[in-house]
Design a protein around this ligand. Structure first.
Ligand SMILES: Nc1nc2c(c(=O)[nH]1)N[C@H]1C(S)=C(S)[C@@H](COP(=O)(O)OP(=O)(O)OC[C@H]3O[C@@H](n4cnc5c(=O)[nH]c(N)nc54)[C@H](O)[C@@H]3O)O[C@H]1N2
Ligand SMILES: Nc1nc2c(c(=O)[nH]1)N[C@H]1C(S)=C(S)[C@@H](COP(=O)(O)OP(=O)(O)OC[C@H]3O[C@@H](n4cnc5c(=O)[nH]c(N)nc54)[C@H](O)[C@@H]3O)O[C@H]1N2
Ligand SMILES: [Mo]
Length: 761
C-alpha cells in the first residue's frame, strides 16, 4: 500500500537490518534461496562473475564476498527463474504491451527466443537465429550509407563483446557508436583528457586506505555504489575526513551500519560517514571549488598558512597557472555564495581542511556530470587538486565513480563515436582495412539524426534507449521512423515495443550464466572504475538452451554483414582467448592479456597521469581558467516572474537505471509511489501548495514544445531553496533534447527549469 503523505525520510542508518531484509527478499522472490545464495557467493570472486551492479572496484587481494544489497538485487534480477511466455506476443497486441509499466515488462522474466516484428504482421514472432542474422545484415547492407545506421551500447557489455561490436561497425563503415556514457560520465572523460591527458580516474582502491580527506561530490553511494560505503567507513574510523557536497541529505552519506559487522548489527550501532555535509545548490559545485581555490590563493599570498599552494609541483608539472590565478581573482565571493548557496565562512572551513591535508581524493558522479557546465566543473575540481599536487601520489587523486559495471572497459575497447586517429590506425593495420575517419554521432545527436531521417537503423547492445534518453516523446517519435531496430537484451523493456518498420529482439546470456562454446566454458573480462581488468565467468545453467552469448550474437550478424575475409568470426567465438589476442594487438596496455587475466584478480591497466606523465599535447597538466557561469539554472529560475524551480532527476534506492525493482525508496522514506516530487518547505510556500498536493511538472522550454510530467505528489524534503528532485526515467519527458552540456553533449538531467500546476483529477 502506498503510504500517505506526509512521507518521512528514514531515520535509520543506511545498510543495517533494512539492507539485509531487502537482500533476503530479493533472493527469495527472484531466484529461490538456494540458487540465489549460491549465485551471490560467487559475485566478484576470482572464479566467479563480475557483479553487474556498479563499477566500484574490488579489493585486489580480498576474496571475501563484498556484501551489497543492491548488488544482490542486480544479480537476482538477472538470475530469475521466470521466462517471458512464448505465447505473450501471440496473445497481446503491441498496443496492449505498451500499456504495461516498465516494471511489469521486466518482471515477466528472461527473454529466451529470438523474435522478429514487422509492421506488416503487427506482432513479434519467433524467428531462427540464422534468419534473424541474415535479415538484419540484409537491411543494414541495403542502406545507402553505413552512416545511416547507429550502434548503441549500454555499459554492461564485456570487453570481448564490445571489441567485436566496434570491429563489426567499423568494417561495415561507420563510427556511429552512441553509448550510455554519453549520458553519464562523458564530461569526466572530456575534462580529464584535456587537463591531465587521461580520460579516467587516477586512483586505485589502495589509495582510499591512505587518504586524509575524501570529497564525495554529487554522488549517492548508499544506493548506487554501496560497496564504496565500506571504504568511506574505514576512512572515517581511522580519522580521515569525508566532505560531502549534495543538495539532499542522503542517508547513506550520513550514517552506515555494516551488515557484515555482527556487533554493529546487534547493538544497532552505526558509523557517521560524512564529517562535513554541505547542502550545495544544484549546479553550484564549480563555485564551491572556486571558493576553495580563492581561499587557498589568498592565504598563500598573505602567508596565512604556509605552503598552501604547492608552487614547486605547479612549476614542474603544470601550465596556465597564471591565467587560472586571474580567473580566480575575477570570481567574487558574492558570485560564489550566490551560486553555491553556501557562505564564505563555510567554504573557508573546508578550504582550511584541504590546505592542511596532504593526501586528498576527489570522487564524483552524476550530480556533477549532468549539467550544462559539467566540463568546467570537473576542470575546476582538477584545478583544486593540482593546486596542492593531489594527482599522482599515494592516497590522492581524481576519481570519477563510473556507473555501469563495464562502461569504462567498453570505451577502452573502442566504443567511442570520436575514436582517436591512433586507435583507428592500429585497428586498420591489424585487420588490413581502412576504418572510417569521419567522426560518428553521440546519443543525443543520434536522436536528432533519427528525427531528421538520416539514421534509419538502430542496433542496441543492451540498454533501454527509449527510456534512458531525454525527451521521451521525441525519442519515441524518432524510433517509430526507423526502418530497423535491433535489441540484444536479457529482459523485455519499452525500447523493444517502440519499433521501426522491422524489429528484432535477440535474447542473450547474462553475466551469471555460463557461456559454453566449442572450445569449452568461456571467460569474459571487464574494467572497473579504478582501471582494474578482471575476469568474469558465469556459474548458473543458462535459463534456456536457445540463448546465445553477446559475442556470438555480434559474430552472427557480422558474418553476414561484413563477411569473414578479414575476421574469422567463428574461430573467435569458439574460444574467446582468440578475441583477447586481437585486443592485445589493438589496445595499449593489454599485453599478455590471457595470462594476466587468469592471474588472481586480473591486472591494473596503468594510468600515465598517476605516474605524473601527462599525455596532453603540451606534455603538461593543464589548469583551466573558465569564468563561473554567468548564472546557474537555479539563479535563472529565481528571477522568473512565475514561481520557477530547478529539477534534478535521480535514482531511487530500488532501481537500476530504467529497471525499477519496486516503488519504494527506503532511505528517503518513500513507499509505493515513484511519482513523487521532493521540494523544500519554503518552495512549497512559494508555489502555493501543501505537502502531499498533486501537481503536474512542466519544463520551461526554449523551443515552444510542451513538456509535461503528470500527477506527482509533493513531498516536503530538506533541500536548498529552488532545488527539486524526482525520479528518472519517469521525468525524462521533461529533459529537452536541446539542453546538453557544453563539450560533453550530455543531457542536463540534473538541472531542468520547471513550473508546477495543480493536477486536474
Ligand atoms: N543500485 C543502483 N546502482 C547504480 C545505478 C542504479 O540505478 N541503481 N546506476 C549506475 C549508473 S549507470 C550510474 S551513472 C551511477 C549513478 O550514481 P549517482 O550519481 O549516485 O546517481 P544519481 O541517483 O543520479 O545521484 C546523483 C546524486 O547527486 C546529487 N546531486 C544532484 N545534482 C547535484 C549537484 O548539482 N551538485 C551536487 N553536489 N550533488 C548533486 C543528488 O542529490 C544525488 O545524491 O550508479 C550506478 N549504480
Ligand atoms: N533523466 C535522466 N536520464 C538518465 C540518467 C539520469 O540520471 N537522469 N542517467 C543516465 C545514465 S548515467 C545512464 S548510464 C543511462 C543508462 O542507459 P542504459 O544503459 O541504456 O539503460 P539501462 O536501464 O541500464 O538498461 C537496462 C536494460 O538493459 C538490458 N540488459 C541488462 N543486462 C543485460 C546484459 O547483460 N546484456 C544485454 N545485452 N542487455 C542487458 C535489459 O534488457 C534492461 O532492460 O541512462 C541515462 N539517463
Ligand atoms: Mo551511468
Amino acid at each position: 500500500m502506498p503510504n500517505k503523505p506526509p512521507f518521512k525520510p528514514s531515520s535509520a542508518a543506511a545498510g543495517g537490518w533494512g539492507a539485509l531484509k531487502a537482500s533476503g527478499e530479493s533472493l527469495l522472490k527472484n531466484t529461490g534461496l538456494v540458487k540465489g545464495v549460491k549465485t551471490m557467493l560467487k559475485a566478484n570472486k576470482p572464479d566467479g562473475f563480475d557483479c553487474p551492479g556498479c563499477a566500484w572496484g574490488d579489493p585486489e587481494h580480498g576474496s571475501s564476498f563484498e556484501f551489497c544489497e543492491n548488488g544482490v538485487k542486480a544479480v537476482t534480477w538477472e538470475a530469475t527463474k521466470d521466462v517471458v511466455p512464448a505465447s505473450l506476443f501471440e496473445r497481446h497486441s503491441m498496443d496492449d504491451l505498451r500499456k504495461l509499466s516498465d516494471r511489469e515488462l521486466e518482471s515477466m522474466g528472461r527473454l529466451t527466443k529470438p523474435l522478429r516484428y514487422s509492421h506488416k504482421v503487427g506482432l513479434y514472432e519467433e524467428v531462427s537465429w540464422d534468419a534473424a542474422f541474415a535479415e538484419i545484415a540484409g537491411e543494414l547492407n541495403a542502406l545507402p550509407s553505413a552512416d545511416n545506421a547507429a550502434f548503441y551500447t549500454s555499459g554492461r557489455a564485456s570487453n570481448e563483446a564490445a571489441f567485436l561490436y566496434q570491429l563489426m561497425g567499423r568494417l561495415y563503415g561507420t563510427n556511429n557508436f552512441p553509448d550510455c556514457s554519453n549520458m553519464c560520465h562523458e564530461a569526466s572523460g572530456v575534462a580529464l583528457s584535456a587537463a591531465i591527458g587521461v580520460g579516467k580516474g587516477t586512483v586505485t582502491l589502495d589509495d582510499f586506505d591512505k587518504a586524509e580527506v575524501i570529497f564525495v561530490l554529487g554522488q549517492n553511494p548508499g544506493s548506487n555504489h554501496p560497496r564504496m560505503l565500506a571504504e568511506l567507513k574505514k576512512a572515517i574510523k581511522r580519522g580521515a575526513k569525508v566532505i560531502t557536497l549534495n543538495p539532499l541529505k542522503e542517508r547513506g552519506l550520513e550514517r552506515f551500519t555494516d551488515p557484515k559487522n555482527s556487533s554493529e548489527m546487534l547493538l544497532g550501532l552505526s558509523t557517521p560517514i560524512s564529517s562535513h555535509y554541505l547542502n550545495v545548490k544544484l549546479g553550484g559545485d564549480m563555485a564551491v571549488m572556486r571558493g576553495i581555490a580563492k581561499a587557498l590563493l589568498t592565504w598563500d599570498y598573505e602567508n596565512v598558512l604556509s605552503g598552501t599552494v604547492l608552487r614547486q609541483f605547479i612549476d614542474e608539472h603544470c601550465e596556465n597557472f597564471q591565467s587560472y590565478e586571474s580567473a580566480v581573482e575575477r570570481s567574487t565571493w558574492k558570485e560564489i555564495e550566490d551560486q553555491s548557496g553556501l557562505s564564505q565562512r563555510k567554504i573557508e572551513e573546508i578550504a582550511r581542511i584541504y590546505a592542511q591535508s596532504n593526501r586528498v581524493i576527489f570522487c564524483w558522479a552524476m550530480g556533477i556530470t549532468q549539467h550544462e557546465h559539467s566540463v568546467d566543473t570537473i576542470r575546476e575540481i582538477t584545478n583544486v587538486a593540482l593546486l596542492r599536487g593531489n594527482v599522482g601520489k599515494a592516497g590522492a587523486g581524481l576519481c570519477p565513480v563510473r556507473g555501469h559495471s563495464n562502461v569504462q572497459g567498453d570505451r577502452t575497447m573502442g566504443i567511442n563515436e570520436r575514436p582517436s586517429p591512433a586507435f583507428l590506425r592500429t585497428l586498420g593495420s591489424v585487420f588490413d582495412f581502412s576504418p572510417p575517419r569521419k567522426q560518428g554521432i553521440n546519443t543525443v545527436e543520434t536522436i536528432a539524426s533519427m528525427l531528421a531521417g538520416n539514421v534509419k537503423a538502430l542496433v542496441c547492445l543492451g540498454g533501454n534507449f527509449a527510456r534512458a534518453t531525454p525527451d521521451t516523446e521525441q525519442v519515441e517519435e524518432a524510433l517509430g521512423k526507423l526502418r530497423l531496430t535491433v535489441n540484444i537484451a536479457t529482459k523485455l523493456n519499452r525500447s523493444h515495443l517502440i519499433t521501426g518498420e522491422k524489429a528484432f529482439i535477440l535474447p542473450c546470456l547474462g553475466r551469471t550464466e555460463f557461456d559454453e562454446q566449442l572450445g569449452g566454458r568461456q571467460l569474459v573480462s571487464v574494467e572497473d572504475s579504478m582501471s582494474m581488468v578482471h575476469g568474469s565467468a558465469g556459474i548458473n545453467q543458462p535459463i534456456s538452451k536457445e540463448l546465445r552469448s553477446e559475442p556470438a550474437i555480434i559474430a552472427g550478424i557480422a558474418k553476414h554483414l561484413v563477411g569473414s575475409d578479414k575476421v574469422n568470426w567463428d574461430g573467435l567465438i569458439g574460444d574467446y582467448d582468440e578475441i583477447r589476442k586481437l585486443i592485445e594487438k589493438v589496445v595499449p596496455g593489454f599485453h599478455e592479456f590471457n595470462a594476466r587475466l587468469r592471474q588472481n584478480r586480473g591486472f591494473y591497466l596503468g594510468n600515465a597521469a598517476r605516474e605524473r606523465e601527462w599525455v596532453t599535447p603540451n606534455k603538461r597538466a593543464n589548469f583551466s581558467y573558465a569564468s563561473l557561469p554567468l548564472q546557474t539554472v537555479v539563479q535563472r529560475c529565481d528571477k522568473a516572474e512565475v514561481p520557477t524551480f530547478t529539477l534534478q532527476t535521480l535514482r531511487s534506492h530500488d532501481q537500476y537505471n530504467t529497471t525499477v525493482y519496486s516503488d519504494n525508496d527506503r532511505y528517503r522514506g518513500i513507499k509505493g509511489n515513484r511519482r513523487v516530487l521532493f521540494i523544500c518547505e519554503a518552495d512549497l510556500r512559494k508555489a502555493g501548495f501543501k505537502n502531499g498536493a498533486r501537481v503536474d511538472i512542466m519544463t520551461v522550454s526554449e523551443d515552444k514544445r510542451q513538456r509535461v510530467a503528470y500527477d506527482f505528489t509533493l513531498v516536503a524534503y530538506d533541500s536548498p531553496q529552488g532545488c527539486l528532485a524526482a525520479y528518472y526515467p519517469e521525468t525524462n519527458v521533461l529533459v529537452p533534447l536541446y539542453s546538453v552540456g557544453v563539450e560533453s553533449h550530455t543531457p542536463t538531467s540534473k538541472a531542468i527549469p520547471v513550473t508546477l500546476r495543480r493536477t486536474v483529477a
